[in-house]
Design a protein around this ligand. Structure first.
Ligand code: SAH
Length: 468
């Protein structure tokens, strides 16, 4: 180990920043956040530091560094662009036993500043010992993504009950097991989803009962349209913590593979005319799994509340008193728009966008065709491949011109994405005989024409076929 990581209490302590530029300003802000009394010595200050000085939040001595500036300081940061000054500050500090950091110059430092993930009271510091601040920053970004921003609130709650739990469990191991149950289970999730009061009540109950009986819960997670990069941080975290995953046909293999490896996987896929598992059975399955004490991830394609029947699922959960949370996902229309270069609205072409189901029931679709055929809007049909002839016919019958652009997008955002374009009058013939792989989305409106110009993404399939 090249450095000893420590967290220093500088609250109310006099510290010194040598230099008045932007870098000095950043270090000053950090020291202020930790509550230090910051003095700055510099002939001139940048705008930020100047206003700090004017409002008496820092103590500025105008002039060049002199050794007496170090008197009484607990810690010093040198941030001038004059290496001779920096070296002098460093040498004097070391001689006087004052910790010193010289920005971007590890050799002159007695301590280095880490990259910080601040979830106070939780703090995570990442350091490369000065080898590569950029690498430390990149690592920090990854950790930021993995650690919910509400971790601080969880830690603060735990801190409030620390003594009580200590008194309740004399045995260290029992205490550790208790806290592990709290911090990885339902109570932590309650805090992360903003239900702090409920979390606190559950914690009190667990302390009183001497254990946190994991009651099980359900995460209704939007897995997005296919590209795993489009998952939210929260979706990924819950996927990796769930004991069981209940998933659909729409969930891509790549997304599914990000679930915890040893989680039980239950497929409840539905095919268009072949409902593998009826909805009410899925609803009940979720309740049953949760009642067994499992953390269940109900993973759905796109967003759970856009043609996802998520509403029905949580209704059953609610009726059965099962704790749950809903995590939005990128719905197919948004994934398609982005990856096919087709903005859904556009100043010149479309002032509204409608998501509608194109599912055929007894060979027809009971839709408000008149409103769907309104000009200057984009209509996105989900589940519409089979009904495409009806869609084209009805939209024309209700007033949309025959040459209105239409796109059929297959498996948007995945390596198998393909885009077929035409018009209401031609699209059915255009795609005749093509092997189209569901799921597909149909986009109707003038924005489809933008695809030719704005298309930036080509899937492996499109590259292989030489298509755009
Ligand atoms: N909840 C999902 C939609 C479920 S309905 C969401 O928000 O996206 C199923 C329909 O979604 C499919 O018939 C298809 O029309 C559309 N769909 C889902 N994923 C798709 C994808 N990657 N590319 C094209 N269409 C998709």
């Amino acid at each position: 180990m090249d450095f000893l990581p420590v967290f220093m209490n500088v609250r109310g302590q006099p510290v010194l920043v040598v230099g008045g530029g932007e870098v000095a300003a950043r270090k000053t802000a950090l020291l202020q956040e930790a509550g230090a009394k910051v003095g700055v010595v510099a002939p001139e200050l940048c705008q930020n530091l100047l206003s700090e000085a004017e409002e008496h939040r820092i103590n500025w001595r105008r002039g060049h560094f002199t050794p007496s500036d170090l008197d009484g300081r607990m810690l010093v940061v040198a941030a001038t662009d004059d290496q001779d000054v920096n070296r002098e500050v460093s040498q004097l500090c070391r001689k006087n036993g004052i910790p010193v950091n010289v920005v971007d110059n590890p050799e002159l430092c007695s301590f280095v500043m880490p990259s910080i993930i601040d979830r106070s009271p939780v703090q995570i510091a990442v350091s490369t010992g000065g080898a590569s601040p950029v690498l430390a920053r990149l690592l920090r970004t990854r950790l930021e993504a993995a650690i919910p921003s509400t971790y601080g609130r969880l830690a603060a709650m735990v801190e409030r009950y620390r003594n009580e739990v200590k008194a309740r469990f004399k045995d260290v191991t029992a205490r550790r097991v208790f806290w592990e149950g709290i911090l990885q289970g339902r109570i932590a999730e309650l805090v992360f989803s903003g239900k702090d009061d409920e979390a606190e009540r559950a914690l009190q109950k667990a302390i009183a009962e001497g254990e946190e009986r994991n009651e099980g819960e359900v995460y209704l997670v939007g897995g997005g349209p296919g590209d795993p990069d489009l998952l939210t941080f929260r979706a990924l975290r819950l996927m990796q913590q769930a004991d069981a995953v209940v998933y659909d046909r729409l969930v891509s293999e790549d997304v599914l593979n990000l679930c915890r490896r040893d989680a039980e996987r239950i497929y409840v896929g539905k095919e268009r005319d072949n409902h593998a598992v009826p909805q009410h059975q899925i609803n009940q399955l979720l309740v049953d799994l949760a009642k067994q004490g499992k953390r269940v991830c109900r993973l759905k394609g796109g967003d759970p509340f856009v043609f996802g029947r998520g509403g029905e699922e949580i209704e059953t959960l609610m009726a059965n008193g099962v704790t749950f949370q809903v995590v939005p996902g990128i719905t197919a229309a948004l994934g398609t728009a982005a990856y096919a270069g087709m903005p859904l609205t556009h100043r010149d072409h479309s002032q509204a966008v409608v998501f509608v189901t194109g599912h055929l029931k007894d060979g027809t679709m009971n839709l408000n065709w008149k409103s769907l055929a309104a000009p200057n809007q984009t209509v996105v049909f989900y589940m519409g491949l089979k009904g495409l002839p009806v869609i084209c016919e009805q939209l024309q019958a209700h007033g949309l011109p025959q040459d209105t652009p239409v796109a059929l997008v297959q498996q948007a955002t995945t390596p198998r994405q393909r885009v077929f374009t035409g018009t209401l009058g031609t699209i059915n013939d255009d795609i005749a005989g093509r092997e189209i792989q569901p799921p597909t989305l149909i986009v109707v409106g003038h924005v489809v024409k933008l695809h030719e110009k704005l298309n930036w993404f080509r899937s492996e399939e499109q590259i292989r076929r030489g298509e755009h």
